[in-house]
Design a protein around this ligand. Structure first.
Ligand code: F6R
Length: 234
């Protein structure tokens, strides 16, 4: 595991984006595994800028998102498809047919395999140790499936919904097995509120009670963190 600690949130986001930009330059036909949430927004801004400066193209890129809510329409403002369109897809030359999201109708793990697997996977970290929506207790052998979001995750993600707006408590999540099968993983962790989780990920035992701990066993993972997130590391 490589750990890259940056002075602040902005430099961590930039460092993470640079890894993706380099990867896209050396492998313009890459399959990207993508995350949503607060963490990667600025990374996507950097990718859009790099596209506008003709440094990268998404023409031959395929993307596989980690998760999608159930119970809201794909066009709902809070769906993860809408998130990706808003922050990345609508601003680059990616083909809509090449943007995949987990759903109940397709065998997502098979689709990933048939397309040659994920070359580089972007991950955020849940405060409870979830990766994608694999909540504590998820099997390390899990495949893409319907999941129930934990109370902690519902609380953490409430900020994305308007007061009184329906907030889904179920989702389809890529399983831990598919995440771990990615050839390369880049995890971005920023903010003091992630410090405990990052410490447990790096220094704790590998246990299904803390799904992100399995990343210790991946042979090609880089964690990019800011000083606040890294503040509890020994
Ligand atoms: C999002 C995802 C989640 C988030 C995690 C952190 O697609 O899979 O695991 O990465 O919940 O969310 P933020 O970045 O909002 O703190």
């Amino acid at each position: 595991m490589k750990l890259h600690i940056c002075d602040n949130k902005s430099s961590a986001e930039k460092a993470c984006a640079e890894i993706f930009i380099k990867h896209l330059q050396s492998n313009p036909k890459a399959n990207l595994g993508l995350a949503t949430g607060g963490t990667p927004v600025i990374v996507y801004n950097f990718l859009v800028k790099a596209f506008h400066f003709s440094q990268i193209s998404f023409r031959h890129i395929k993307t596989f998102n980690l998760d999608e809510y159930l119970g809201i329409h794909a066009l709902h403002a809070q769906s993860y498809r809408s998130f990706m369109k808003k922050h990345l897809f609508d601003h680059v030359d990616i083909l809509p047919l090449n943007c995949f999201f987990p759903c109940e109708e397709i065998n997502y793990d098979e689709a990933i395999k048939l397309n040659g697997g994920i070359d580089i996977q972007l991950l955020g970290l849940g405060t409870n140790g979830h990766i994608a929506f694999n909540e504590p207790g998820s099997s390390f052998d899990s495949s893409t499936r319907k999941v129930k979001l934990s109370d902690q995750t519902l609380r953490d993600n409430k900020r994305f919904f308007q007061a009184g707006e329906f907030q889904p408590d179920t989702a389809i999540s890529m399983g831990i097995k598919s995440i771990i099968n990615a050839k390369e993983i880049i995890m971005l962790v920023t903010g003091e509120h992630k410090a405990k989780a990052l410490q447990q990920l790096i220094e704790g035992n590998i246990t299904e009670k803390f799904p992100a701990s399995i990343l210790q066993a991946h042979s090609n993972i880089t964690i990019v963190a800011d000083l606040n997130a890294a503040s509890l590391l020994s």
